[in-house]
Design a protein around this ligand. Structure first.
Ligand code: CP
Ligand code: NVA
Length: 306
């Protein structure tokens, strides 16, 4: 029986598999052909369902798939019968008869799970309200490119305890880096992710003081104050103290990197000075979405386990 290779969340993986995917991504970035062919996904089609907007995820998956010899179909909010009440399960059953893999960006992580249970083909998480694993894989790759292995390093997250933060929490347990999160009490990080990571020995602190969280950090990460689907107008007021500016970066290690998954709201969660400054690796981070997704796509599609 064939085991489908879904890419749903980092907590479903062991470190060896994630390392394989990162190594595949790095090999593709170097221009190598780790699967022995320049077009390992020739004849394969990926359908991408977007229930929320996207620039990087959409374009990097599309370009990645084409560069690997495959093709894509992009399905927006109003392109399918999902918007008219066809269930995720029925949509999955049908799409799985046409395409070789599915990617979905949606709100409720239960939809991702339902898709993966019924599609009969690999399903990739392109972001939900709960997590963003493709993004964090690119972030890990970017850190390692610039500074080497993550194990033992200190990562600081400042801002909303959101979907990207939850995946960083899982990554801390798997990759062995320490993680300090500074979030407003109103916007705490995922309890489930923290419990999972701490049960595996992860060294994670959670507080609401960005100055303490960032002290001595090797990497400072933040994200938008208003994630897609969050309309609360009180968010800017409680997130204001968590902005990454030059003074806050000055609390980190002298060679600390700055990352942001983008899109950034300059002047809100991060200043221009930091975004465009010498410690920022945000453009490498965005580029690495393409490379790491080639690792994810080929792991899902180019090899199958029996
Ligand atoms: N970082 C990220 O996922 O960007 P998009 O929303 O543009 O895909
Ligand atoms: N936390 C952000 C990430 C966007 C890529 C959001 O969910 O909107």
């Amino acid at each position: 029986m064939t085991t489908l290779r879904h890419f749903l969340d980092l907590d479903r993986f062991d470190i060896a598999t994630l390392r394989t995917i990162l190594d595949l991504g790095a090999a593709y970035k170097r221009g190598e052909t780790p699967h022995g062919s320049a077009r390992p996904l020739a004849g394969k089609v990926l359908a991408m369902i977007f229930e929320k907007p996207s620039t990087r995820t959409r374009v990097s998956f599309e370009v990645g798939m084409r560069q690997l010899g495959g093709d894509v179909i992009v399905l927006g909010r109003n392109d399918t019968q999902l918007g008219r009440g066809e269930t995720i399960a029925d949509t999955a059953r049908v799409l799985g008869r046409y395409v070789d893999a599915l990617m979905i960006r949606t709100d409720d992580p239960a939809k991702l799970d339902e898709l993966s249970r019924h599609a009969g083909v690999p399903v990739i998480n392109g972001l939900t309200d709960a997590s963003h694993p493709c993004q964090v894989m690119a972030d890990l790759m970017t850190f390692e490119e610039h500074r080497g292995p993550l194990a033992g390093k200190l990562v600081a997250w400042t801002g909303d305890g959101n979907n990207v933060a939850a995946t960083f929490i899982q990554a801390a347990a798997l990759f062995g880096f320490r993680l300090n999160l500074a979030c407003p009490p109103e916007l705490p990080p995922s309890r489930a992710a923290l419990d999972w990571a701490r049960a595996r020995g992860a060294k994670i602190t959670v507080g609401s003081d960005p100055w303490s969280a960032v002290a001595g950090a090797d990497l400072v990460v933040t994200d938008t104050w208003v994630s897609m689907g969050c309309a609360d107008d009180w968010r800017p007021a409680v997130l204001e103290p968590f902005r990454v500016d030059r003074a806050l970066m000055g609390r980190a290690a002298p060679d600390a990197l700055f990352m942001h998954c983008l899109p950034a709201h300059r002047g809100e969660e991060v200043t221009d000075e930091v975004m465009d400054g010498p410690q920022s690796v945000v453009w490498d981070e965005a580029e690495n979405r393409l490379h790491v997704q080639k690792g994810i796509l080929t792991w899902c599609l180019a090899e199958r386990t029996e």
